[in-house]
Design a binder for this molecule. Structure first.
Ligand code: AP5
Length: 216
C-alpha cells in the first residue's frame, strides 16, 4: 500500500514550504489544494468560477468542490506510489470523505503533520510572501528574500503577492481555520495519525523535525 502524508495547519504555517521539501525526499508528487484552486481560477474553469469568490474572501470552498479537486489529483497515475498533500482535508466532512477515498484507492494515510504557529507570526509571514508567477517558487521579503527585488531566483519570472495575502483577508482565513480546521486535531489524534510540529523555527529546523517525526 502506498503511503500518503498530509500537511495541515493554519494559513502561513509553512505547509507548502515543508511539502515542497518532503515530496522530493520521498520521491512522490506534492499536491497543493490551494494551488490547484488558484490554477482553476486563472484558467476560468467551472471549478475556478465557483472558487474565485471564496478564495478572494478567505473562506473555504464548498466541501464537495474541494473533494472533487482532491480526488481528480490523487487518482492521476503519478500518485500511484503515494503523495504529499497540503491544505486538504480542512473540515471534518472532508476528512471523513478523504478516509473513504483513500480506502477505495488502497492508499495508507501514514501521518498528518500538523504545523502550528501564532497569528502574529502568520501575519508577518503572509504579508511578506511573494510567489513566482512563472515557476511557483515562494519567497519571503523578511525571511527568504529573492536576490533581486521582484524577480524569481529560480527562473527570473516576476514575483507577485497573492490576492488573499492582505491583513484583512489573512484574519478571515485564520478565523475560518480556527473554526473549521482545528477539529481535525482531535479527529486525527484519535486515529493515531497526528504529529504536531512547531512551525515557528527556521525552515530547515522545521524540516528536520518533520523528517524525524516520520523516520526519514
Ligand atoms: P492555501 O493556498 O492552502 O492557503 P493557506 O492554507 O491559507 O496556506 P498558505 O498557502 O497561505 O500557507 P502555507 O501554510 O502553505 O505557508 P507557506 O509555506 O506558503 O488555500 C488558499 C485558499 O484556497 C483557502 O483560503 C480556501 O479558499 C481554498 N482552499 C484550499 N484548500 C481548501 C480545502 N481543503 N477546502 C476548502 N477550501 C480550500 O509559507 C508562508 C510564507 O512563510 C512564505 O513566504 C514562506 O517563504 C514563509 N515561511 C514558511 N516557513 C517558514 C519558516 N519556518 N520560517 C520563516 N518563514 C517561513
Amino acid at each position: 500500500m502506498a503511503d500518503v502524508f498530509v500537511l495541515a495547519g493554519p494559513p502561513g504555517s509553512g505547509k507548502g514550504t515543508q511539502a515542497k521539501l518532503l515530496a522530493p525526499k520521498l520521491g512522490v508528487p506534492h499536491i497543493s489544494l490551494g494551488d490547484l484552486l488558484r490554477e482553476a481560477v486563472r484558467n476560468r474553469t467551472r471549478v475556478g468560477e465557483i472558487a474565485k469568490g471564496y478564495l478572494d474572501a478567505g473562506k473555504l470552498v464548498p466541501d464537495q468542490v474541494a473533494i472533487d479537486v482532491a480526488e481528480e489529483a490523487v487518482t492521476k497515475k503519478e500518485c500511484k506510489n503515494g503523495f504529499v498533500i497540503d491544505g486538504f482535508p480542512r473540515t471534518l466532512e472532508q476528512a471523513v470523505l478523504f478516509d473513504k477515498l483513500l480506502g477505495k484507492l488502497k492508499f495508507n494515510l501514514k501521518k498528518v503533520l500538523y504545523i502550528d504557529i501564532s497569528l502574529n507570526v502568520i501575519l508577518q509571514r503572509l504579508t511578506g510572501r511573494r510567489s513566482c508567477s512563472g515557476c511557483g517558487a515562494v519567497f519571503n521579503l523578511q525571511f527568504n528574500p529573492p536576490r533581486k527585488e521582484g524577480t524569481c531566483d529560480e527562473c527570473g519570472g516576476p514575483l507577485r503577492q497573492r490576492h488573499d495575502d492582505t491583513e484583512e483577508v489573512i484574519k478571515v482565513r485564520y478565523d475560518v481555520y480556527r473554526e473549521q480546521t482545528t477539529p481535525l486535531i482531535k479527529y486525527y489524534s484519535k486515529a493515531g495519525k497526528l504529529v504536531q510540529i512547531d512551525g515557528s523555527k527556521p525552515v530547515n529546523d522545521v524540516f528536520k523535525d518533520v523528517s524525524e517525526a516520520i523516520g526519514i
